[in-house]
Design a protein around this ligand. Structure first.
Ligand code: AMP
Ligand code: MN
Ligand code: MN
Length: 319
């Protein structure tokens, strides 16, 4: 229960991973609003990098802090949806100075970097875990909206295998608070800008199949991103579309963050544990969805990744 996590903390900082996604923003804002609604004598603040435009329809996102005020220090730091300390980014400085630290997360690669934690690798989302910690009757519409959004995003609108009966039960309770599910799904998950659709089309056109058509890969360079006027926050969903290709086991999508440095997203349909591959190269995530950053040319990156994928295909029990 949340009471036990907060204990007597009067000031609470909430932080999530760099390049925040739906679950990260949803879990942070859900917890933030619940504390604001139900613990009026406490001070809570959310620290996140700039969030995707499509998520700015969530209540109270204008309260998110993007930098740390001088000399700010908290009794408690709660890390949400973040698998390791480095991925907290700028808010890591508050983690270091906090009186206590607590982590709520579902990344299988999370080795428990906070003093105490609630880590459930099988959970659909951090937002579902946050829901589990709250008293149902004290959840407001704004809290419910944020948590519902988080669950929707990390389950691919309830499609992935991580969406279990308990996920649906949590989502049903949140809907009963009055959440406009269809609108939230349409506006934050499916809707794309024209430029986002163009870069998706470009990535699909340039994709290649390899390893007997069991892998698909595509990439975009910084130059291409500039040409279409898109940034890193516009790349969501491209790797999921690649993964849908018939016959494919693993999808790889990468975009250049600086010259010959790529942010890589890996998705698996079933057999391959892409988290293992990401961890091998210093990244992390989940069994079927993982990420990492790699240096080298597009070809180097694909060659290095294929070696690990091939090894797993040949020896599914090993790495
Ligand atoms: P992405 O491909 O960025 O959508 O990430 C897929 C999943 O892996 C998400 O749950 C991320 O939080 C996680 N992830 C992405 N990159 C990293 C990384 N470098 N280290 C650890 N986890 C990551
Ligand atoms: Mn996330
Ligand atoms: Mn998540």
């Amino acid at each position: 229960m949340l009471n036990k996590i907060l204990k007597d903390a009067k000031t609470i900082a909430i932080g999530g991973h760099i390049r925040p996604d739906g679950d990260c923003v949803g879990s942070c804002m859900g917890l933030y609003q619940y504390i604001r609604d139900n613990y009026k004598d406490r001070k809570a603040d959310v620290y996140l990098e700039d969030i995707p435009e499509s998520l700015k329809c969530l209540p109270a996102v204008d309260m998110i802090r993007h930098e740390i005020p001088a000399d700010e220090r908290y009794d408690l730091f709660i890390s949400l949806d973040c698998g390791d300390k480095e991925r907290l980014g700028f808010s890591g400085a508050l983690f270091d100075t906090a009186g206590r630290t607590y982590c709520i997360d579902h990344h299988i690669s999370n080795l428990g970097f906070a003093q105490e934690d609630y880590i459930v690798p099988d959970a659909s989302s951090t937002s579902e875990l946050v829901y589990n910690l709250l008293e149902d009757e004290k959840i407001s519409l704004d809290t419910a909206t944020a948590l519902y959004l988080g669950i929707v995003h990390d389950t691919g609108v309830f499609q992935y295998s991580c969406a279990t009966p308990s996920t649906f039960r949590a989502a049903a309770r949140l809907l009963e608070k009055g959440v406009d599910g269809p609108k939230l799904i349409q506006d934050t998950f499916y809707e794309k800008t024209y430029a986002q659709n163009q870069i998706l089309g470009r990535a699909l056109l340039e994709s290649i199949l390899f390893m007997d058509k069991t892998c698909i890969a595509s990439y975009v360079t910084k130059k291409t991103m500039d040409f279409y006027g898109v940034g890193v926050k516009d790349m969501d969903g491209i790797v999921s579309q690649l993964r849908l290709t018939k016959g494919v086991e693993v999808a790889i999508f990468m975009y250049e963050v600086e010259t010959n440095v790529y942010k890589v997203s890996l998705r698996s349909k079933d057999r391959i544990d892409v988290c293992k591959i990401a961890r091998y190269f210093g990244g992390g995530g989940h069994r079927k969805a993982a990420g990492l950053t790699m240096a080298g040319t597009y070809r180097d990156v694909i060659n290095n990744l294929s070696e690990r994928i091939e090894a797993q295909m040949e020896n599914p029990q090993g790495r």
